[in-house]
Design a protein around this ligand. Structure first.
Ligand code: G3P
Length: 215
């Protein structure tokens, strides 16, 4: 399973890259705004750090505007992926961009039918938002199962990016289903390391070592 980092925080991207855990990065306007920095300069900094796919969100609402933005973003680096929201205009843009070999991450996916349309339209990635489904009392992870089954049935090359991840449990459940990618907020990736028994075990080994072998 590939791990993408769902953040525009440069320090976190550098930190987890140094641990060898960043296969790509996803951003959106909210994440960049949270950092209090300018949009394009932030993207350019991320592209300097990350070799894998970096998703950059188009904000136009017509297909013409989205295509224009996507073409501009794709000039920044060859690992740019354009994030396009799931709308009819977004689908039109995706069909054109995929023919130009510009990779599209179709975002704001909340149903299997949307994912199917995105895959048929040539999206390289779909981003189902599981946390936001949980928020409204749906089982977000069930959507991942459905999409995985559909993509496997028809050998779609479109990769599933499990997004709106809120906990290590989300990542583990997505991995059990066989999702291609989880895009993980840094604080959740941090939590994935922890287990109290690991800490207790290390303390005990250190104590026993000190008692038995230190002079
Ligand atoms: O990648 C999409 C993600 O950033 C949305 O997460 O927590 O705002 O639902 P959230």
């Amino acid at each position: 399973m590939k791990f993408f980092l769902d953040t525009a925080n440069l320090d976190k991207i550098v930190y987890f890259t140094s641990l060898g855990l960043v296969d790509g990065v996803t951003t959106n306007p909210s994440l960049i705004a949270k950092e209090g920095k300018e949009f394009l300069p932030t993207i350019k900094e991320i592209l300097k750090i990350v070799n894998g796919p970096v998703s950059v969100e188009a904000i136009g609402s017509s297909s013409i505007e989205m295509i224009k933005e996507a073409r501009e973003f794709s000039k920044l680096a060859k690992n740019v992926v354009v994030k396009i929201p799931f709308t009819k205009e977004g689908i039109k843009a995706t069909q054109i961009l995929s023919k130009e070999n510009i990779k599209v991450n179709m975002t704001l996916i909340f149903s299997a039918s949307q994912a199917l349309i995105a895959a048929k339209s040539g999206a390289s990635y779909v981003s189902p938002f599981i946390g936001r489904l949980d928020d409204i009392s749906f089982e977000g992870i069930e959507l991942i199962e459905q999409i995985k089954t559909i993509f496997d049935n028809y050998n779609f090359k479109t990769e599933i990016i499990v997004a709106s991840v809120r906990s290590p449990k989300h990542v583990v459940e997505a991995a059990e289903i066989g999702a291609d990618i989880a895009t993980i907020p840094p604080e959740v990736l941090e939590l994935m390391f922890g287990h109290p028994l690991t800490d207790v075990g290390i303390k005990k080994f250190m104590k026993d070592w000190a008692n038995a072998f230190s002079t």
